[in-house]
Design a protein around this ligand. Sequence first.
Ligand SMILES: *Cc1c(COP(=O)(O)O)cnc(C)c1O
Length: 427
Amino acid sequence: MEFLNTREFAQQLDAKDKLAKYRDEFLFPHVNGKQVIYFTGNSLGLQPKRTKAYVDEVMDDWAKLAVEGHFYADKPWWDYQERFAAPLSKIVGALPSEVTVMNTLTVNLHLMMVSFYQPTAKRFKIICEEKAFPSDQYMIKSQVRFHGLEPEDAIVEIKRRPGEHNIRLEDILDTIKQVGEELALVLIGGVNYYTGQVFDMKTITKAGQDAGAYVGWDLAHGAGNIHLELHEWNVDFAAWCSYKYMNSGPGNASGLFVHEMHHNDLDLPRFSGWWGHNKERRFLMEPNFDPVRGAEGWQISNLPILSLAPYLASVEMFDEIGMPALIQKRDNITAYLEFILHEIDREVNGHFEIITPSEPKERACQLSVFLHGEGRQLFDYLMKNGVITDWREPNVIRLAPVPLYCSYEDMYQFGQVLKAGILSHKK
Ligand SMILES: *Cc1c(COP(=O)(O)O)cnc(C)c1O
């Protein structure tokens, strides 16, 4: 499509946008009395207006029913998590039995490593990406040390080539081949949090498994953002947080995927608790653990219902819209933002560089922009003028034009603020 950098053109795109009505379903912060342009839905998604009713319902049930709420609330608490199975499985391309919600992301990745990282003298290496999200780096190092190994020996980082911003698929596949029989686990962020690069999960999963390893994905930036077929791709496990693209609120519950092929493997080590126990027999308080044959078999504690309520509101909204419609708008609005950035860059004589891959298959809802020159000042200018972006050292702002609540006119307006900011700092 031919894009134009005009307000009228952006408004025309909004008028044709089938998802435009959802913008009204979200609560936006205000700066100087005006609704902000929100580019940080990849960090903390906005609050949907419908969420409050879900939380109020739990508060009311607790007030009126107290302990009886476990069984007699309209949405009983004891199996509240089951409400997620159908809609969430569609979002990540799984069977309903393969997904559940519990804990938080890093905790779930630790629990997955308990099951899927069992190093032996021969097979003990983990492949991850260079400059992974810090929590993932700390987690992997601590797991390696927990097994009495040294991170320098056990962790193999896939590096970017000098002068390149993104990791090449061929380099990942070559590394998997080289590590070969020593490879125990491949654990990578499916969408890189810094550059927005989307990895070819299907190909990498197959390559890792062909080498005899397990393959898991951190989908913090993937869930609710990209097309996923975790079951079909034969992914061993995955986990994601729900407060980024899935708008469940700060620090809320994480989603978990464990492939069906592992559900009946009772030899897999796992840290267990009563909420993973055979559901019919959970309240018999038996001494021996008999896991649910599904992702729920990895549950530990009874669930934080007040944290799940906003996530349920969100999952039902995603179900209503469907990932295909969301992805279609995502690609279009991201392309429009890219166009606007290039236009403004031309008008101000070259100030920044988009480090996210330009190939649509390798990116989703994020453009990371390397600002040459006055980075931090420009970021502050944007914030003061109602454009919420996020700053990463050394000189990068990340922009996520979330298709659920960002408009095309936002992209146009952002371009105008950006241009004014650059010109005011050049003087
Ligand atoms: C956001 C994010 C996290 C956050 O982990 P929490 O345990 O939810 O604090 C972890 N990994 C990646 C890749 C992320 O983007």
